[in-house]
Write a protein that binds this ligand. Structure first.
Ligand code: ADP
Ligand code: MG
Length: 286
C-alpha cells in the first residue's frame, strides 16, 4: 500500500489552520511513529487519512488514486482507532466487537472477534460489559476493533493512552509485528512507544512536518547537542534546554540539549528523546 500526501492544508471552519503544506509519502510495510506535542495536528492528519475530514487544499493519493472518490476502497482496507473512541458501555467486549465486525462486513466474524480478543489479551473479559472494564482494558477493546479482519492499513491515534507499562510493552510488540507486513501509523507523545519499534518517524509541530525519516537520522541530527552538568555549574546559562534533573548526593545532575555545548558540560550520546526535544527546541527559537 502506498499513500502520498501532497501539499495538504487543513483549515477548520473556525479559521484555525491545523496543517500547513504537508508532503509525506508512506510506504508499506512500515511502522510509522507520528510524534508531536499536543495541538501539533496529529489527529487532524489521521482524520484526513481515514476520510473523516477533507483537506482544505492539496490531495491524498492511495495506491496512486485520489482518496476523494475512492473512499470505500480505502475504508475496506483500514483499521482505525480514533483518539477519543466511544464504546457502547452496555455491550460486552465480545458483543461490541461482533457489532463492529458486522459493520465491516466480515465473513468469519466469530473467528475474527476471537482472534482480535486474543491479540489484545482480553479473552477473559470477552463477556464483561464494557462499562465494567478499566481504562486500559477499554483501550484494548478499541485496539481490537481496529485489528478486526486483519486490514493492511492500521491507523492508531494515541493507542497507548491509559495502558500501564506492561501493557505498553505488549502493544509495542504487537504493533511492530503488524508493521512487518502492513502500513501502521501510530501517533503518540510517549517516545518509548516509538523507540526501537518504528522504522520511520514523522515529527509534527505547529501543523508542519519538522522531521520525516529513520530514527537513526533523527539521532544523528542531535549528535554534539546533548550534554550533562551539575546544576550549580550552569547558573545564569540561558542557551541550555534542560530535559532531565536527577538529585544525587553531590548535587543536581542535569541533562540538556543545546545548539552549542558550554565548556563546563560533558557531551552525551543522544537518546531518541533527546533528539526529539532538540528538534523541538530548535523550532522554538525565533
Ligand atoms: P494533536 O492531535 O497533535 O494534539 P489536533 O490535530 O487535534 O492535534 O489539533 C491541531 C490543531 O487544530 C489544534 O490547534 C486544535 O486546537 C485545532 N483543532 C482540532 N480540531 C478542531 C476542530 N474541530 N475545530 C477547530 N480547531 C480544531
Ligand atoms: Mg490528537
Amino acid at each position: 500500500m502506498e499513500i502520498d500526501i501532497q501539499g495538504v492544508n487543513m483549515v477548520y471552519p473556525n479559521g484555525r489552520q491545523a496543517l500547513k503544506g504537508l508532503d509525506l509519502p508512506l510506504r508499506s510495510p512500515s511502522l510509522v511513529g507520528l510524534l508531536g506535542p499536543n495541538g501539533a495536528g496529529k489527529s487532524t492528519l489521521m482524520k484526513l487519512l481515514v476520510d473523516a475530514l477533507r483537506p482544505t487544499s492539496g490531495k491524498i493519493l492511495v495506491d496512486g488514486r485520489p482518496l476523494a472518490g475512492n473512499e470505500r476502497s480505502l475504508k475496506s482496507r483500514l483499521g482505525y482507532l480514533p483518539q477519543d473512541f466511544g464504546l457502547f458501555d452496555e455491550l460486552t467486549a465480545a458483543q461490541f466487537l461482533d457489532y463492529m465486525a458486522a459493520l465491516k462486513g466480515l465473513r468469519n466474524a466469530k473467528e475474527a472477534v476471537q482472534r482480535a480478543l486474543r491479540e489484545v489479551r482480553l479473552e477473559e473479559k470477552a463477556r464483561a460489559r464494557i462499562r465494567t472494564l478499566s481504562g486500559g482494558q477499554r483501550q484494548r477493546v478499541g485496539i481490537a476493533q481496529a485489528l478486526l479482519g486483519d486490514p493492511p492499513l492500521l491507523i492508531f491515534d494515541e493507542p497507548t493512552v491509559g495502558l500501564d507499562p506492561e501493557e505498553r510493552i505488549h502493544f509495542r510488540t504487537l504493533f511492530s509485528r503488524a508493521g512487518q507486513e502492513r502500513l501502521v501509523l501510530l501517533s503518540t507523545h510517549i517516545i518509548e512507544d516509538v523507540q526501537s519499534v518504528c522504522d520511520q518517524l514523522v515529527v509534527l509541530a505547529g501543523g508542519q512536518i519538522r522531521f520525516a525519516g529513520e530514527p537513526a537520522a533523527l539521532l544523528r541530527a542531535a549528535q554534539g547537542h546533548v550534554c550533562s552538568f551539575w546544576e550549580r555549574q550552569a547558573a545564569g546559562e540561558r542557551s541550555l534546554h534542560v530535559t532531565a534533573r536527577v538529585h544525587t548526593a553531590e548535587g543536581v545532575r542535569c541533562r540538556a540539549v543545546a545548539q552549542a555545548l558550554p565548556a563546563f558540560a560533558r557531551p552525551e550520546e543522544p537518546t531518541l528523546e533527546d533528539a526529539y526535544l532538540y528538534l523541538l527546541s530548535q523550532e522554538e527559537r525565533p
